[in-house]
Design a protein around this ligand. Structure first.
Ligand SMILES: NC(=O)c1ccc[n+]([C@@H]2O[C@H](COP(=O)([O-])OP(=O)(O)OC[C@H]3O[C@@H](n4cnc5c(N)ncnc54)[C@H](OP(=O)(O)O)[C@@H]3O)[C@@H](O)[C@H]2O)c1
Length: 362
């Protein structure tokens, strides 16, 4: 079977290799999935460039032995993958084999959305996933939407309703406002009665976001580097009548994070969940102290791992309601064959795209 293999961390997408591999065999509690589509997400690029590896090595629990593969959790669970690695965090396919166990056996022959990851991803014709990470897809959801059903919907829903626990009538400021995830936040916020202020890079994105329910859109297109912070803060001041926002979601970092932090009102909360600008930010302690504000980090895998079975069921029920009302619908920008992985990755990282780039397996 064909697979996309990462042999070394790289920024050069031509270095990913299309290889022939043995079909993997599922162990107990796992299923073998024949893949149909897989999404290309920013998190896949973090694996490819080695960003997660660098980030994990900084953490105290990975300091003891710098020669060991760093781990996503302090107890050594979920180690970062060793190279060579087959990337791909999610996708959709058909369960064609089971390694045994009640759940895995019950999934046989079912179309499932999967979230995968170390030790192997979804960018291969057949993959293995833990049966608990395979969700049966209702008939009403087509294959392409099913390929994007887990990572962004779960993260956006979890951040809004669980971590921030947003309340009706409050203001939420978010960066990366035109991203697939941010659009989910806009739609869900509109349903929950939360008003959103959305920061984007281009004027052309304003109308589309207003259409799906954004209250305010701040475009930085006309700003010079020196005027970004003042522009964001002046617009937030105006929109909230000088009060500031109750919640802030940042996936960019750097100057944007620095601009957003002083926009928090009393007991405001900021949640950091992405680093798209790849730039450090300076945090002034008193921006948090004076408003008694909080700053949190979010990483979906580790957040979900803290949840009990009961809490997970409750989250799934809430997400289902949002899914049925169209909150998670994501346009597809383009679809590529595995052979064209380099072009697919270039398309996925091209600025101004209007939807997700998918890999198709045939
Ligand atoms: N922490 C977690 O567990 C978790 C889970 C899911 C997603 N995420 C994060 O959520 C973010 C959005 O994911 P997605 O799948 O929705 O992404 P996406 O659809 O690919 O959209 C990315 C957006 O970010 C903007 N962007 C990229 N680089 C930027 C920069 N340097 N400055 C300003 N804007 C920039 C792009 O703007 P243009 O439109 O102008 O190109 C685009 O609108 C990513 O950072 C991802 O890693 C985190």
């Amino acid at each position: 079977m064909k697979a996309i293999q990462l042999n070394q961390f790289t920024d050069n997408f031509n270095e990913l290799e299309l290889v022939e591999k043995q079909m993997p065999t599922p162990g107990k509690g796992q299923v073998l999935v024949k893949m149909f589509y897989s999404a290309i997400n920013p998190s896949d690029l973090n694996y490819i460039r080695g960003d997660y590896q660098v980030a994990l090595k900084r953490l105290i629990w990975n300091r003891a032995n710098q020669d060991h593969t760093p781990s996503f959790q302090p107890n050594g669970h979920h180690p970062h993958p060793e190279l060579p690695y087959i990337p791909g965090g999610e996708g959709v396919g058909m369960v064609v084999g089971s390694g045994g166990g009640i759940l895995a056996n019950r999934l046989q022959g079912k179309r499932v959305s999967v979230s995968a990851g170390p030790p192997m991803g979804t960018w291969q014709e057949y993959t293995i996933v833990d049966a608990k990470k395979a969700v049966v897809v209702p008939q009403t959801i087509d294959d392409q939407q099913a390929a994007m059903l887990l990572i962004n919907p779960l993260s956006s829903y979890g951040m809004l309703t669980d971590v921030l626990n947003v309340k009706k009538g409050r203001w939420l400021l978010q960066s990366g406002g035109a991203s697939a995830l941010a659009k989910m936040v806009i739609r869900m916020s509109a349903q929950l009665g939360v008003k959103t202020i959305n920061i984007v890079r281009r004027d052309a994105q304003i109308a589309g976001l207003r259409e799906i329910g954004a209250d305010v859109v701040i475009s930085l297109q006309q700003c010079s580097d020196d005027s970004v912070v003042a522009h964001i803060q002046q617009q937030v001041h105006q929109a909230t009548a000088g009060k500031g926002v109750d919640y802030a979601l940042d996936c960019i970092g750097g100057q944007i994070l620095e601009a957003m932090l002083p926009c928090l009102t009393i007991q405001g909360q900021m949640l950091l969940y992405g680093t798209l600008a790849k730039a450090d930010a300076q945090v002034f302690s008193r921006d948090l102290m004076m408003p008694c504000a909080k700053i949190h980090g979010f990483f979906a895998g580790n957040w979900l791992a803290q949840k009990s079975l009961f809490e997970k069921i409750r989250l799934m029920r809430g997400m289902k309601k949002m899914a049925l009302s169209g909150c998670f619908n994501t346009p597809v920008e383009s679809v590529y064959a595995l052979e064209d992985i380099s072009e697919a990755l270039t398309a996925a990282t091209t600025s101004g795209k209007s939807g997700k780039v998918l890999l198709k397996f045939c």
